[in-house]
Design a protein around this ligand. Structure first.
Ligand code: ACO
Length: 441
């Protein structure tokens, strides 16, 4: 068994790296190994009141304190406001790298060198086109279909176009799927938008960067070549970096959980994107803008805050399960907003957002609960200034997060300790009952 030296207790005093549990029901003592600050939940199963007893389990709704995997991808220290991908601080990655470099890092573990980056970018660029039948599929949606609903369904539909993707144990097949998904998500996202406004689909322009090509597919009208403003293209690229991964959040957990059934990765990613769609997760950026619309002007903020404190709704874009100090992504986005607004003009809702933040951060309710602006609080203001409609916001999040989902999925596949995800339950329903005949009910 592991042991650890306790320096406070004096030099040379080693203490076992174990946890001793006394079961007061039986008086028995159990010694469980501690590894990486955790005990294995399955080690609790030996704790029984009698041989018939199933054994002790942990009860952890919403996984508040359960590690479901070992991971090398993303590190977050929620108290200190730290976010790192593969050891690199998010601030440095946002400043020094492109999204494609970061996607490579997240998926492969190291930053690419020049040659590796060129090959990676070429692979991504060559897969941006989608089958013509995907266009027909998307045409079938109602004109006012939510683009995230279209995105989720179309990602799932891709599995029918690439049936060989289920052979993901073959590294080449897995790599092809990873290239396809990262390259096609902007195309699907832009097609969803174009369909919703009744405009023809714009095919990818492979001369442009990842973010610039996406802007071209979104906004090109009659010009021969669409040249997006480089500041806006760069800002979008940074937003993709900030959204690329966030360890075991709701959608990453969905990607791993669905993928653990060994379904093809397109189907798993459709499930992850559906998880992201919810207003408590990636749908929050959309809700922030709707909330700012409802508030309408700065003088209405105190009344709005009072309603939130009275339990009549949430301050969207505030609070996080992990960050209890500040969300480092929100700080980067706030600075990015200034650069974007220099080009687009100031989003008038920014003043309401800034005042909302100022008031909330002084209010005991938010201070006590450690509620700070999260990534979604300011990202929507930038997206809106760049002319993205509000219902495209979660889709933009999904584009950046695709690399993270794929990295999490691949790590799960290659982890020999992982199996099909299957939580336990605490059953509190009826014991066995006799079924009465219909006439007796
Ligand atoms: N506005 C008002 N009160 C809040 C908010 C908020 N945004 N967030 C949490 N609280 C309150 C809760 O009501 C609770 O109060 P109580 O202790 O009096 O019951 C307390 O703060 C703790 O909140 P929980 O819901 O227990 O925190 P949890 O970790 O489960 O939830 C979550 C985190 C879902 C992000 C939550 O803060 C929230 O709903 N925020 C608004 C939605 C949002 O912005 N989501 C985006 C998250 S970032 C992302 O997914 C990319």
């Amino acid at each position: 068994m592991d042991s650890t030296t306790n320096s406070k207790a004096g030099a040379g005093v080693t203490k076992p790296n174990t946890l001793t549990i006394t079961d007061n029901r039986t008086g028995k003592l159990y010694e469980l190994p501690i590894e990486n600050g955790t005990i294995k939940a399955i080690d609790l199963r030996q704790i029984k009141t009698d041989p018939e007893d199933f054994g002790m389990m942990t009860y952890d709704p919403a996984f508040m304190n359960t590690a479901s995997c070992k991971s090398n991808i993303t590190f977050i220290d929620g108290d200190k406001g730290i976010l790192r991908y593969r050891g690199y601080p998010i601030e440095q990655l946002a400043e020094r790298c492109s999204y494609l470099e970061v996607a490579y890092l997240i998926i492969k573990g190291e930053l690419p060198n020049k040659v590796q980056l060129e090959e990676w970018a070429r692979n991504i660029t060559y897969h941006t086109y989608v089958h013509e039948n995907i266009k027909k599929f998307m045409d079938g949606f109602h004109h006012d279909a939510h683009p995230m609903g279209m995105f989720v369904s179309t990602v799932a539909a891709l599995s029918t176009f690439y049936p060989s993707a289920k052979h993901f144990d073959n590294p080449e097949e897995r790599a092809a799927t990873i290239h396809r998904l990262i390259s096609k998500v902007p195309t699907l996202a832009a097609f969803a938008y174009r369909h919703s406004i009744g405009m023809p689909f714009v095919y990818p322009d492979n001369d442009l960067s990842y973010a610039a090509n996406f802007l071209s597919m979104m906004f090109k009208v009659a010009e021969v070549k669409y040249e997006p403003n480089p500041i806006l293209a760069k800002a979008l690229d940074v937003l993709f970096i900030l959204h690329a991964d966030h360890e075991q959040n709701c959608s990453a957990n969905a990607m791993r959980g669905i993928g653990s059934s060994r379904v093809d990765p397109y189907s798993a990613m459709a499930g992850a994107a559906a998880a992201l769609y919810g207003p408590l997760h990636g749908g929050a950026n959309e809700e922030v803008l709707r909330m700012l619309d409802v508030i309408g002007s700065k003088d209405k903020i105190p009344a709005f805050i009072k309603d939130v404190k009275d339990g009549k709704g949430k301050l969207m874009g505030f609070g996080h399960r992990i960050y209890k100090n500040y969300d480092p992504r929100a700080s980067i986005i706030k600075k990015l907003a200034d650069q974007v607004f220099e080009v687009t003009g100031r989003n008038p809702k920014l003043d309401i957002a800034l005042e909302l933040e100022r008031i909330a951060l002084q209010d005991d309710y938010f201070v006590k609960r450690k509620l700070y602006p999260n990534v979604d609080f300011y990202s929507g203001l930038i997206y809106q200034a760049m002319k993205f409609p509000v219902d495209m916001f979660p889709v933009l999040f999904a584009i950046g997060r695709t690399s993270g989902w794929l990295a999490q999925w691949q790590e799960m596949l290659l982890d020999p300790e992982q199996k099909i995800a299957r939580p336990r339950q605490v059953f509190l329903g009826h014991g066995q009952r006799e079924v009465p005949m219909l006439s007796k009910r």
